[in-house]
Design a protein around this ligand. Structure first.
Ligand SMILES: Nc1ncnc2c1ncn2[C@@H]1O[C@H](COP(=O)(O)OP(=O)(O)OP(=O)(O)O)[C@@H](O)[C@H]1O
Ligand SMILES: [Mg+2]
Length: 358
């Protein structure tokens, strides 16, 4: 079985003149290498495809793969994460992770929250500010939180994202609208503990494998898991695998959100606790980073005894199940993968299927 790999390599975009921030969500060469090596260890043939334009060229030439392992984030527009899966659907080639609808909707945090609210899951009240004129229509109690509606890796997020009054709201919205050329999501500030929950599987087969608590150190930017705190996480952030009742509640909500949004194969849900002690959904990452040592999901897997190889194997198995291929010959998963706490945050964020029933 031949598996193609689609991805956006950060160094390629930097060489083309894109900025550090514009490429923050893209992958490092060692992530692609790790995926490729692991797929080979599992007995698959692999072929690197690259980004969406490279995929388009190869599809037009008649190239085919039995499956595509897709971690391409895309560069332009709200549909950027949906571009590779859309092309693959057009050529009837199966792929890992979510479909175009889910990837487009979950990239837009406001659209996603409307669905989460419809699913009766806890998420802060919110407003989407499209223009400066919309700011005066925001009628939510302070403190609030402001972020670009469709970015990841903490882009546009720092200590000023916590908003205490109308004058700060006007200033911060103005800056974000101008800088990111997209709407701003305003929501009630969540003051409590923060968790990221790792999920493997699809629909009824999905499981929440663990909850990592994000603990900001004294010297970190206050209150928020910001761009800077993510970039310098080795010094500024402590990650704890937690299993208390609040973490269990976070896992339960995350799994319901994952299934309700129709996310597939593996990813992460980010939550934070509100003033009444309830974990609230902030966002879902259906294309979570999978660098073996630096990304949250593989780190969490290691901490709960799931090796990198088992993670990749379970992602492929989950994708192949959609096309009714079961691969009993996949090698038994090794649980010997070494864990390194040294990490660099290179994730993207990321939209949805209307109320799906599983
Ligand atoms: N409503 C909120 N209340 C308090 N803090 C918030 C709120 N929304 C976001 N944050 C803080 O900002 C951080 C980044 O927010 P969010 O997860 O939406 O952004 P992101 O850049 O897409 O993240 P990722 O790197 O996971 O893709 C959160 O981890 C949290 O610390
Ligand atoms: Mg997040």
């Amino acid at each position: 079985m031949k598996i193609g790999i689609t991805y956006d390599l950060r160094i390629e975009y930097l060489a083309l003149g894109y900025s550090e921030e514009e490429t923050a969500e893209f992958d490092r060469p060692d992530t692609i290498q790790a995926i490729e090596n692991t797929l080979k260890e599992l007995g698959f043939k692999t072929e690197r495809i690259g980004h969406v334009r490279s995929l388009a060229k190869q599809l037009v030439k008649g190239k085919k793969w039995d499956l595509v392992f897709n971690i391409a984030e895309g560069i332009k527009g709200f549909g950027r994460e949906a571009q590779v899966p859309s092309l693959l659907d057009a050529y009837d080639i199966p792929y890992t992770f979510s479909d175009p609808l889910v990837l487009a909707v979950t990239l837009h945090k406001g659209m996603t929250k409307s669905i989460i609210r419809d699913l009766n899951l806890p998420t802060p009240d919110f407003a989407v500010v499209n223009t400066e004129d919309d700011i005066k229509k925001v009628n939510l109690p302070y403190p609030l939180f402001a972020k670009p509606v469709a970015e990841g890796t903490g882009k546009g997020i720092d200590s000023s994202s916590k908003i205490n009054n109308r004058s700060e709201l006007i200033t911060v919205c103005g800056i974000l609208l101008e800088r990111y050329k997209q709407p701003v999501l305003i929501e009630t500030f969540l003051p409590g503990r923060e968790f990221t929950v790792g999920i493997i599987g699809t629909g009824g087969d999905a499981v929440a494998i663990g909850a990592l608590e994000i603990v900001l150190k004294e010297i970190a930017q206050k209150d928020v898991y910001s761009y800077v705190n993510k970039e310098q996480c080795e010094e500024l952030v402590e990650y704890r695998l937690v299993e208390d009742s609040m973490a269990e509640k976070a896992k339960e909500i995350a799994l319901l959100a994952w299934r309700g949004l129709g996310c597939r194969d593996a990813g992460r849900v980010d939550l934070r606790v509100d003033s009444s002690g309830i974990p609230n959904f902030m966002e879902v990452n259906p294309l979570a980073g999978i660098h073996p040592e630096h990304s949250d999901l593989p780190i969490m897997c290691s901490l709960v005894g799931i090796s990198y190889r088992e993670l990749i194997q379970r992602i492929v198995e989950s994708a192949l199940k959609r096309i009714n291929i079961h691969v009993p010959s996949l090698l038994p998963a090794s649980r010997l993968h070494k864990v390194s706490r040294k990490r660099k945050y290179t994730e993207s964020v990321p939209a949805t299927q209307m109320v799906l029933q599983f």
